[in-house]
Design a protein around this ligand. Structure first.
Ligand code: PA5
Length: 466
């Protein structure tokens, strides 16, 4: 494992009364063991099929890589259509591993580098769709439609719009070659459409839920399409998986931080801030927010008892949010745990010139921007610690396929252990499904007539409005 975990600033003997009592490791040993065993007993089973994804035989990926290399050589743009778990893994990984300004390069430079522009469309805002259409040349654009259920209204709507336009632009036979479907094999609207139209189709295993799907074809197809080394990404995920399968909580990073987060919740810290100190890791917070919120935010525990569990995740970015939110973190209510994600070495750095004669800037001269950023991170950790605020730091030696794979696998296991410790069903999302059904009903989908009556009846009761 290449990531390092420093949880000193979570502990009461370091930060004082608002920290976690280290005696808990003994008094809660049975509960920690039970959470660990719950996850371990289900490795590769039921909704925990995601745990096996990093263990795929690397040579099984060769044909996917070859097909995506071919598409990359022809594409000026690769567009992912998906939402929630079908988009956030891809968004977080491409931000970390591709040039952050990829789409701003002139097309000629991208062509020379053999790179398409990449767009991940995870909303149905019509203005955004129009702007995309103004930018891309359909004749050389390839679309990857991703939906596990094959039924999500947003993704199907995007697909219908773009397939129609593509058919008009290049004719039906050619249009089919521009769409790749990633979905559950054998069922769902997208699968049926893909079969009928003859799209290249990649499957998502039944027991892999959206927010745990980044190492399935949900992530692998778009990553391979833009030349990310998916074998290295999975190797990193596998290495972290091994670390997260160790029984000793003091040696298992995901079990440790899941336990500490759960103890923090018991103490009223119902907000979990994810604060990477690197723009490349900015969207790791979005990935984390979804997996943490959708997995732990549950009305009932597994026995059916009302618990209204969960911890509200919040996004923050170092150093930007030092000038926005850190004041609240250090002096506001004791209701947060802050996870800082650090990077030891930036892939590229910028030296601040030391030959300037501006005396007031003496202290900056000759340092690098990376050094300044990391000093500011350490300063924030110090300020939080001094103010008695729970925080812990996950450090990547560098951002690359390997460490990004490790980080995402850590989030998955941390969430699974936290859900098991809280006793909730980590892998369902009844609240999300309720909204999906209400949308189908309001759009007049067949079979949702009863739901429509229910939605209308609920609307009638709304008396308070301006
Ligand atoms: O994590 C989840 O299960 C959800 O966030 C889904 O990913 C999201 O609702 C999209 O679903 P689908 O992939 O079926 O289109």
């Amino acid at each position: 494992m290449k990531l390092k975990f420093d949880y000193n600033n979570m502990m009461a003997d370091v930060i004082g009364e608002h920290g976690i009592d280290a005696n808990g490791f003994t008094s809660d040993a049975d509960a920690i063991k039970a959470a660990y065993e719950d996850v371990m007993a289900n490795l590769g089973k039921g909704w925990q099929e995601w745990t096996e994804l990093p263990y795929v035989n690397p040579s099984d990926l060769d044909s996917l890589i070859a097909r995506m290399n071919d598409i990359r050589s022809k594409a000026t743009a690769f567009v992912v259509l998906g939402i929630g778990g079908s988009a956030l893994g891809p968004i977080s990984v491409v931000q970390a591993l591709l040039n952050m300004r990829l789409n701003e390069f002139p097309q000629s430079a991208l062509k020379a580098a053999g790179m398409p522009k990449l767009y991940i469309e995870d909303n149905i805002d019509p203005e955004r769709m129009n702007e995309l259409l103004e930018l891309i040349d359909l004749k050389t654009t390839y679309f990857n439609v991703i939906t596990k259920s094959g039924e999500t209204s947003e993704t199907l709507a995007q697909f219908l719009v773009l397939y129609d336009l593509m058919k008009k632009a290049v004719g039906k036979e050619e249009a089919k070659k521009h769409f790749i479907a990633t979905t559950t094999i054998g069922k769902g609207t997208l699968y049926n459409l893909a079969q009928k139209e003859g799209f290249v189709t990649y499957g998502i295993p039944a027991g892999v839920g959206g927010r745990f799907s980044v190492f399935s074809n949900v992530g692998l197809v778009p990553f391979a399409a833009v030349g990310i080394d998916i074998k290295k990404l999975l190797a990193g995920a596998k290495e972290m998986s091994e670390a997260c399968r160790v029984a000793d909580v003091k040696k298992n990073p995901a079990l440790m931080t899941a336990y500490l987060q759960c103890k923090a919740m018991e103490k009223g810290a119902n907000i979990s801030v994810m604060m990477p100190y690197a723009d490349s890791l900015k969207y790791m917070s979005d990935f984390y927010c979804q997996i943490w919120a959708e997995s732990l935010g549950k009305a009932v525990d597994k026995s059916g008892k009302k618990v209204h569990a969960g911890q509200t995740p919040a996004k923050s970015l170092g150093v930007t949010d030092q000038h926005s939110q850190v004041q609240l973190y250090t002096e506001g209510p004791f209701d947060k745990v802050i996870t800082i994600v650090a990077v030891d070495k930036f892939r590229r750095d910028v030296v601040i010139p030391n030959d300037t004669d501006i005396d007031a800037c003496e202290f900056l001269k000759g340092h690098t921007m990376g050094e300044l950023l990391n000093h500011e991170r350490v300063a924030t950790e110090y300020a939080l610690r001094k103010a008695g605020r729970m925080n812990f730091t996950v450090t990547l030696p560098e951002v690359n396929e390997d460490t990004v794979g490790e980080l995402l696998a850590y989030y998955e296991y941390e969430t699974a252990f936290a859900g098991a410790y809280l006793g909730v069903d980590t892998f369902n999302q009844p609240g999300v499904e309720e909204g999906k059904k209400a949308t189908f009903a309001m759009l007049g989908r067949k079979g949702y007539e009863e739901k429509l009556a229910e939605v209308r009846a609920a609307a009638k009761k709304s008396e308070y409005y301006i």
